[in-house]
Ligand binder design. Sequence first.
Ligand code: SAH
Length: 467
Amino acid sequence: MKQFPAFIDLTNRRTVIIGGGDAALAKARLIIAAGGAPLLIWPEIAAATRAALEGRADLVTAAPARADVTGAALVFIAVENSEQAARWARIAKSTGALVNVIDRPELCDFLTPAIVDRGALTVAISTNGAGPVFARALREKIEAVIPARADALLNIAARYRETVKAKIGPAARRRFWEQFFRGPVAEHALAGDQNGANDLALAAVNNFDAEQQQGVVHIVGAGPGDPDLLTLRALRLIQSADVILYDRLVSDEVLNLARRDAERVFVGKEKANHAVPQDEIEDRMIAYAREGKIVARLKGGDPFIFGRGGEELDALRAAGVEAFVTPGITAAAGCAAAASLPLTHRGEAQAVTFVTGHAKNDEEPDLDWAALAALKNTLVVYMGVGKADAIAARLVAHGRAVSTPAAIIENGTRADQVIVKGTLGNLGAMVAAADVKGPALLVIGEVAARADGAGLVDIAANARRAA
Ligand code: SAH
């Protein structure tokens, strides 16, 4: 650390800005945002500065005098002329004020950091002047991980702080706050339900039992694989979970974002070979929650699209366990973007339908083929690779042209993504040529012709060449 970081209360403190241009305006805004009321003084005050600050700052159009800075806690000098800047820095310092001279770090008593301002929550970043651009880049990253409603949560915490201190002993207090900031109170507050959060906080303070604690389960969509496609909330939950239960489709890159001390439980499913039966997954989640754990149930894509998220939510609710759902980018959306394939497109696709190609006992999927064969409908088939031939035959039998474009996207959004293009008529051959091993989608409809990727012919030629 090269300088001492501190947060200064500006209420009832005199702050003075010498200058009247853009830089002076920027500093005035900062002071006002921090609860101060600056005096801005200079012979010329720009019209824009005046307009922006009218009524929120003292604006004095005059040459400053020593008396103006006397008694000030902070003085900002935002004048262009460097001799005048240095002169005013000297004068202000001699009155005992702390001085900041814009763009002259060597004259500064203090520097202004890059700031993340979320109400009660303030993060200040300094590089000691060495890399303000780097500081701003870091600030953006920090902004991204702070939940949008952090301030609302902190306000509730502030309201109960004294009561918690009076009611709960020091050892248990930490656990109380851990639970407060990582459990249901935080979830409600961060989701925008302030009243609910407040009621829960009140109940939590009154009923806190150091012995018995209730956990929470988050059913979280992990997206199609690329960790960049996680939502900010999913990232936050993955990083705060005590236990993570994950499927086969959750990529390693996503799992690696978990806390190092988090317990990771694989409950993956292979088609027709469920590693852990569904009811056992549900029982495990419930058991962890009852131990007071924060559980993240990570699912590929979106939990509510062919993910059995609804069943898990029902089971958790029936067991009286608090449960929340965080959406994820479903495979169709992820693969479409990764393949530059618009799922709807003016003139080509007015609707998009997601269906599952999976059926009990390896039978043919029981779908409304007439509706699915409609023109200008993009059909996205999840878990359909094994049934591609049958699906194509059914669609053709119901009137879809054999020339309808089709694409197979395997491992979409991942480093090993493969796209194969062809038509409904040769969908089965495409599956065979692509030799699909990873998760893959079938996309059928005019828009499939737009996908980036190799045609069937190229794939077959490559395979021959490789053989
Ligand atoms: N809930 C998930 C889908 C689970 S069903 C979601 O919303 O995406 C599993 C099927 O999803 C796979 O058989 C495959 O058809 C599809 N899928 C999942 N991830 C995929 C990926 N990265 N690329 C292509 N298809 C994928």
